[in-house]
Write a protein that binds this ligand. Structure first.
Ligand code: ATR
Length: 328
C-alpha cells in the first residue's frame, strides 16, 4: 500500500486525504474541532498524506491542518499549493500568478498557517499562462535548496509543460482529476509521467461524490454547494445522466460485495503503481469505508465493465472559466 512519490524520497500510503471539502466549496465548512478530530482519526488509521492549498478557504484549510498536525507533523506527508490568487491580490494579473515573487510570498504564508518549517510536496496549483513554467519551477527549486520544500509538484498541467518543467528541477508529482469518470490524461499525460518518473496524485477519484453513490435516491448537493452552483456534471439533465452511470458502478460493486467508493478507489489505484489518490471526506465513517478499497481486487472483467463509462459522462468537469485554467 506504500508508494513512492516520483523521484523524491517521499513515500505514502496510496489513499491519502484531500482536505479541501473540510473548509471550502462543498457547502458549509465543518467545525474546526470536527476537522481536527477527523485528521487525527485518519492518522490513527494509517493515512499519511494530507493535501491542501493556499486558496482553499482561502487560507482556512491550511490553518485547520496546521492546528491538526502540529504535534503529528513527522507522521505525515503534507502537500499544499500556490498560484491561484484571490481577486484582491491579482492586480492586473487575473486569477493565476505563478511568478517567482508570488511563489516566495505564498510559501511564507503557507508555512506559517501550517505551523511547520517545511512543506513536503509543494505544487503550482494551475499553470499561469503569463509566467513561463521555467520561472515558476526555478523559484520552487530555490525553496528546495533552502529546505522549505522537499519535493515539487504541478497541478493540472499538460505533458508539454511537465517536460519543460522537469528540465529545471525533477517534478515528483502531477496532481490531476482522475477517476472512472475522468480519464483523458491516460493518453496525454501518462507517457510523460512514465518518462520522467513522476507520480500522479489523483484528485476527485470519487467524481466529487457521484461515484461513491452519494447522489442516488434523489439526493443532490445543497443549493449553495459549488457543485450545484458551477459544475456542469451536476447540472440538470447531465446530473441525471451521470447518476445513471454511477448506478452501474454501484451495481457492480454490489455484486462484488464492496461499496461503490471502494470500487472507485480500487479502480484508480489499479491503473498504475505510479498513482496515489486523495479522496475527500468530512466524515469518519466514509473515510473508514474508503480505506476498505485496499482489500478490493478488480478482475479483468470488472475493468472491462467500467472502461466505457468515462466516455459517456455528460458535461465538462469544470465551468468554461474553470476549464480555461486547466493547461491542456
Ligand atoms: P474531491 O477530491 O474534490 O474531494 P472526491 O474525493 O471525488 O472529490 O469526492 C468527495 C466527495 O465524496 C465529498 O462530497 C464526500 O462527502 P462527505 O464529506 O459527506 O464524505 C463524498 N464521499 C467521500 N467518501 C464517501 C463515501 N464513502 N460515501 C459517500 N460519499 C463519500
Amino acid at each position: 500500500m506504500k508508494r513512492k512519490i516520483g523521484n523524491s524520497d517521499l513515500e505514502v500510503n496510496s489513499i491519502g486525504l484531500g482536505c479541501m471539502g473540510l473548509s471550502a466549496f462543498y457547502g458549509k465548512p465543518v467545525e474546526e474541532s470536527e476537522g481536527i478530530s477527523l485528521t487525527h482519526e485518519a492518522i490513527e488509521r494509517g493515512v499519511d498524506h494530507f493535501d491542501t492549498a493556499e486558496m482553499y478557504g482561502p487560507h482556512t484549510n491550511e490553518t485547520l491542518l496546521g492546528k491538526a498536525l502540529n504535534r503529528r507533523r513527522d507522521k505525515v506527508v503534507l502537500a499544499t499549493k500556490f498560484g491561484i490568487v484571490a481577486p484582491a491580490h491579482t492586480g492586473s494579473k487575473g486569477a493565476l500568478d505563478g511568478s517567482a515573487k508570488n511563489c516566495r510570498r505564498a510559501v511564507e504564508g503557507s508555512l506559517k498557517r501550517l505551523q511547520t518549517d517545511h512543506i513536503d510536496l509543494y505544487y503550482l496549483h494551475r499553470l499561469d499562462p503569463d509566467t513561463p513554467i521555467e520561472e515558476t519551477v526555478g523559484a520552487m527549486a530555490e525553496l528546495v535548496k533552502e529546505g522549505k520544500v522537499r519535493a515539487i509538484g504541478l497541478s493540472e498541467v499538460s505533458a508539454d509543460t511537465l517536460r519543460r518543467a522537469a528540465k529545471i528541477h525533477p517534478i515528483a508529482a502531477v496532481q490531476s482529476e482522475y477517476s472512472i469518470f475522468t480519464r483523458a490524461i491516460e493518453n496525454t499525460l501518462f507517457p510523460a509521467l512514465e518518462d520522467l518518473n513522476t507520480s500522479l496524485v489523483a484528485y476527485s477519484p470519487l467524481g466529487r461524490g457521484m461515484l461513491a453513490g452519494a447522489y442516488q435516491g434523489g439526493k443532490r448537493p445543497a443549493a449553495d454547494d459549488w457543485r450545484s452552483l458551477s459544475l456542469p456534471r451536476f447540472e440538470g439533465e447531465n446530473f441525471d445522466a451521470n447518476r445513471m452511470l454511477a448506478a452501474e458502478v454501484i451495481a457492480l460493486a454490489g455484486q462484488k460485495g464492496v461499496s461503490a467508493s471502494q470500487m472507485a478507489l480500487a479502480w484508480v489505484l489499479a491503473q498504475s503503481d505510479r498513482v496515489v489518490t486523495i479522496p475527500g471526506t468530512t466524515k469518519l465513517a466514509n473515510l473508514e469505508a474508503n480505506l476498505g478499497a485496499y482489500d478490493v481486487n478488480l478482475t479483468t472483467e470488472d475493468l472491462e465493465h467500467l472502461a466505457p463509462l468515462a466516455e459517456q459522462v455528460a458535461g465538462t468537469r469544470y465551468s468554461d472559466f474553470g476549464m480555461k485554467l486547466v493547461d491542456a
